[in-house]
Design a protein around this ligand. Sequence first.
Ligand code: ARG
Length: 467
Amino acid sequence: MSKAGSGNRMWGGRFATGPDAVMEEINASIDFDRKLYAQDIAGSMAHARMLTKQGIISKQDAKQICAGLDTILSEIEAGKFEFSRALEDIHMNIEARLKKLIGEPAGRLHTARSRNDQVATDFRLWVKQMMTGLSASVSSLMKVLVEKADNHADTIMPGFTHLQSAQPVTFGHHCLAYVEMLARDKSRVDDAIKRMDECPLGAAALAGTGFAIDREMVAKELGFSKPTRNSLDSVSDRDFALDMLSAASICATHLSRLAEEIVIWSTPQFNFITLSDAFSTGSSIMPQKKNPDAAELIRAKTGRINGSLVGLLTVLKGLPLSYSKDMQEDKEAVFDAVTSLEVCLAAMTGLISDMRINADAMHKAAGSGHATATDLADWLVRELNMPFREAHHVTGRVVALAEKHACSLEDLTLDQMQSVHDGITNAVYDVLSVEKSVASRTSFGGTAPKNVRKQVRYWQRQIAKMG
Ligand code: ARG
């Protein structure tokens, strides 16, 4: 097999020949970890400033190192940097370029540092930043759902269990159910950000260093609240990535459930909502079609986000302490999950804010399937002091009668009702409409429009605090 050439290898002293081409192929991570360039440069600058403050390298060297790193940052941002696979990863690509730019002082930057603590730091910084963005995107989606809930606190729809009409609810209440889920998602993200707020730089390869470094200083410079406490853990911990992926998977799973409802609601058979043209697609053969592709893709992308979580858990599960190269496989899963979840959140926010609610179709469906049967049973308990189990039975017989006459509960005559139970009076008709049914559900957390309005105000205050 062909040899890739010894090239500009950092460990040239020990090695007589360069790696096999396949070795380079399996080993190189530059194609994806170049994403970490800004974090890598920030980490190196903080490290250089600390080394000089501690008298480990000269002021002059640190100055040249930081100036060189600044040049590299502009080169990368201008698309002028030449990334090399022979240099494996972002850390060595940057260091090699620094050497070309400033010569000897570049070789002093790696004092009291290893790529092991370097990559742990870069990746943590990146994940932390991305999670701050995700947290804001979750808030934006919460906001549009709360707006919908506000506009539809009185809009009646069927509430389902087993996807069978169960009891009428309001569409506003349904929207707020997702707001609750998203608020928990956001708190998981925010919680993970707090947990990953420790800086691994200075753990060096695995055991720490004999140089008198100042880890507090580096941590502060990089925006971490403190340094990590154990050098072995510092280079082998990827919990922050798992935290991110598990929070992302749960959030995506919530989005997927909502996406599934959007797919169902937008069918001509349900017709509960109409999606905007901006968030649907047509068919190349069937002119009548308007497809909910965005919702379907949100549902599907959840698969890959969940897959990333399982993938990284599996990579890590057998690793002895401390660093193993397996850990290089942590990045693509996380990069992909962040990109996927961000686009899902943005698409869902657009879908929801644009969609039209077909209140008449919802109302009609809410009244079908004897959805107020529980209200009848509750009335028998309240007015006739019947035990609930007996009321359930009597109501079942009234429902059977309505089925026989192919009419709704409200359409049965009082005589027909009394043929089932002679205690029933005209007053029963007061509770059989879907409006009365939802208005009566005033228990805390219930669907009554006045509850929904109260909850909308609660969430508006919470969202205002999120800034
Ligand atoms: N590219 C490597 C990674 O992403 C950097 C750390 C390499 N460390 C080592 N001991 N080979 O994990």
